[in-house]
Write a protein that binds this ligand. Structure first.
Ligand code: ZN
Length: 301
């Protein structure tokens, strides 16, 4: 069971309107509500109605034609968008605060092939330079060094990948199986700054996305794997562990080369274990937020 407080926090932290727009649905104001085209039926009306006050959405068109109203909160929207169960939707919206044992996500999808993720990471990296909004977002977080972005292969998801993968094509199937394109036909990391996550051998085994609008952290479905900046372990005897990817990037941007993030306070992976088992690594400094969750995570490590 996911604790009710976690569900309430996920709802509070993920604004419904911002989330729906991040899925590629354009909303415009109509009285106290917003309206947009429903992503689940061929909608020219538009019949998706979103109440920012109630944080509730509803399709007044074909989806609800059977008499049963299709609508709900941000979790229900995410669940339908990603084609996943309730728990997985909560976990993804939560960006890792729900503990791994509460979420049996591992069985949902096979681990995508590193070669595919490597190609996609390269595609997204090219899109970063074209996006003023993404560059501006990174600058707002103090990350400005171009060589850092190149070294970490930082990218941006502007929605153009899907254009290279027509519905029904083999590559579309591959991207969908990897979780990069959702069952609803949207890019999973749409409007996110993304980084490939690598294992200690350098293979891309996961991907992280940070929405440039809103406060969402996304990871590919399946067990959380891979590290940012793992390569630094070859040249240092001390590691600084940060709570988020952006925190690590801030360290790196400031010229401190050995920062490696976990993914939220429960985001310790098998790759982190493997990293610390390296004989070379003698010192580990935890640079977690000084809030209660960060202190609990420090105690657990
Ligand atoms: Zn609909």
């Amino acid at each position: 069971m996911i604790p009710a407080e976690v569900i309430a926090e996920v709802r509070a932290r993920n604004d419904l309107g911002a989330f729906i727009e991040s899925a590629g649905v354009q909303l415009r104001r109509r009285g106290a509500d917003y309206v947009g085209r429903c992503p689940w039926h061929d909608d020219s009306t538009p019949s998706l109605v979103v109440s920012p006050r109630k944080q509730y959405w509803c399709c007044h068109g074909a989806c609800s034609a059977g008499g049963k109203r299709v609508g709900g909160d941000v979790i229900e929207f995410a669940r339908r968008l990603w084609g996943v169960g309730f728990r997985e939707a909560v976990a993804r919206l939560d960006g890792g605060v729900v503990s791994a044992e509460a979420v049996p996500a591992a069985k949902e999808k096979a681990t995508p092939a590193p070669a595919l993720l490597e190609r996609v990471a390269g595609f997204y990296a090219q899109a970063l330079a074209r996006s003023d909004a993404a560059v501006k977002y990174l600058a707002s977080r103090g990350i400005t060094r171009g060589e850092l972005l190149t070294a970490l292969q930082v990218g941006f998801v502007d929605g153009s990948l899907i254009e290279t993968a027509p519905a029904g094509s083999p590559v579309r199937k591959e991207l969908t199986a990897a979780g990069l394109i959702t069952a609803a036909g949207a890019e999973f990391f749409f409007r996110c700054v993304v980084l490939p996550l690598r294992d200690l051998a350098g293979a891309v085994v996961g991907m992280y996305g940070r929405a440039i609008d809103g406060d969402r952290h996304l990871y590919l479905p399946g067990p959380r794997r891979g590290l940012v900046n793992a390569a630094c372990a070859a040249t240092t005897d001390g590691i600084i562990i940060t709570e988020s990817v952006i925190d690590s990037m801030s360290f790196l941007d400031a010229g401190i080369p050995n920062a490696i993030p976990i993914y939220g306070v429960n985001g310790w992976t098998a790759d982190h274990d493997e990293l610390l088992e390296k004989p070379r690594i003698r010192r580990v400094v935890l640079a977690l937020d000084s809030d209660e969750a960060g202190q609990m995570a420090s105690a657990a490590i």
